[in-house]
Design a protein around this ligand. Structure first.
Ligand code: FAD
Length: 325
């Protein structure tokens, strides 16, 4: 059944987030031949519309308003509610990001609609789509089908591949004026911590350190390896609690959930709460002195040894190999 599907096009720091392209790909699966419309809200964002078309959006609806410069639940809900009234979609896809989680839940509650969150795969071809999502900290998966009404889903970044970019794909851009009023919160300024580099939740490669890294300085070789691989640095809560790094790097049950192509765990024991955040990574490499460390139970490749010897060797090796390539 063809379904008109709206997709949240999310921007951050003046760029489109990659999960927006993955959401378009998910939208295409759900739309089943129906129209896929990307919705771009913000202040001065129309310039991103073409890119959304290149990644598979049939049409882009742009809602520009100064009040939408930063995400606020009130402002974005007003904008989205107007878009939903105008477009009358059958499905809405958003990234399982801070914005997507908040906005989808708020709108679904307001519209009394179904919401399936944190979807990692979609099965189609046999009636209504089946949404697959991890449960019990990734130890099991459940499949959900929405029987009636508007479907909201959020997709976990890095799981549903974006379509190939095709700059010849035509896109139509529609502008929608939405007056935003009565905001209860106004974001005046966002002051970012200077973690820099690649966003953890969208990183293809993560080099993560645990208490075995032993100090803030101990993270330097991990950062060098991550830089060579074009990846991001993550951490266990053990490392964050010990003050070796910022909590914004924490991966796990009470930290970020990540699904990179490659996760290199250095000096991390593999507590269940850490595994909850990374065990769905495509390839896991563990470096640990203790051959009985639990992390080896989920690792595809294990290196028993001292991370301070192994990590610099890996950096040197990858530098050479990648320079030759
Ligand atoms: C409610 C709750 C929520 C939690 N949420 C999270 C969460 O979100 N994320 C998270 O990570 N944890 C979380 N935890 C904490 C979790 O239980 C563990 O305590 C924590 O993950 C341990 O961190 P670690 O592996 O870095 O440290 P440790 O368990 O101390 O492991 C350090 C490892 O480093 C190895 N090592 C030491 N030196 C070296 C070396 N030179 N070379 C190689 N290996 C070396 C050791 O063999 C050891 O395996 C949570 C706990 C609770 C109770």
């Amino acid at each position: 059944m063809a379904r008109k599907t709206l997709v949240l096009a999310e921007t951050r720091d003046g760029q489109l987030r990659h999960v927006s392209f993955e959401a378009i790909a998910a939208g295409r699966q759900i739309a089943d031949g129906g129209e896929v419309v990307a919705v771009l809200c913000g202040d001065d964002v129309a310039g991103f519309a073409d890119a959304l078309g290149h990644y598979g959006a049939d049409r882009v609806v742009v809602v520009e308003n100064e009040a939408l410069k930063y995400y606020t639940p009130d402002g974005y809900k007003q904008a989205w509610q107007r878009v939903i009234e105008t477009e009358a979609p059958e499905a809405i896809v958003m990234g399982h990001t801070a914005v997507g989680k908040d906005l989808s839940a708020g709108l679904a509650a307001r519209l009394d609609s179904a919401l399936v969150s944190d979807v990692t795969a979609i099965e189609t071809g046999n009636g209504d789509p089946l949404f697959i999502r991890p449960i019990y900290s990734g130890k099991a998966f459940e499949k959900k089908r929405v029987k009636e009404g508007l479907i909201f889903i959020t997709i976990r970044p890095n799981n549903i591949p974006a379509l190939e970019k095709d700059e010849t794909r035509p896109t139509t851009v529609d502008r929608l004026d939405v007056p935003i009023s009565g905001l209860r919160t106004v974001v005046k300024q966002v002051v970012k911590k200077s973690t820099g580099g690649v966003d953890l939740t969208e990183a293809k490669v993560i080099v993560s350190g645990g208490r075995g890294v032993k100090s803030a300085d101990g993270f330097k070789p991990l950062k060098e390896l991550a830089d060579v691989l074009g990846g991001a640095v993550g951490a266990s809560r053990g490392a964050c609690d010990a003050g070796y790094c910022d909590y914004s790097l924490q991966i796990g049950q009470t930290g970020k959930v990540v699904t990179p192509d490659l996760y290199i765990a250095c000096g991390i024991s593999g507590a269940i709460q850490h595994l909850a955040g990374m065990s769905n990574s495509k390839v896991i490499v563990a470096i640990n002195k203790d051959p009985d460390a639990n992390i080896f139970n989920v690792a595809d490749y294990g290196i028993v040894g001292d991370l301070f010897e192994i990590v610099p060797l890996l950096t040197k090796y990858f530098k050479e190999v990648l320079q030759e390539a």
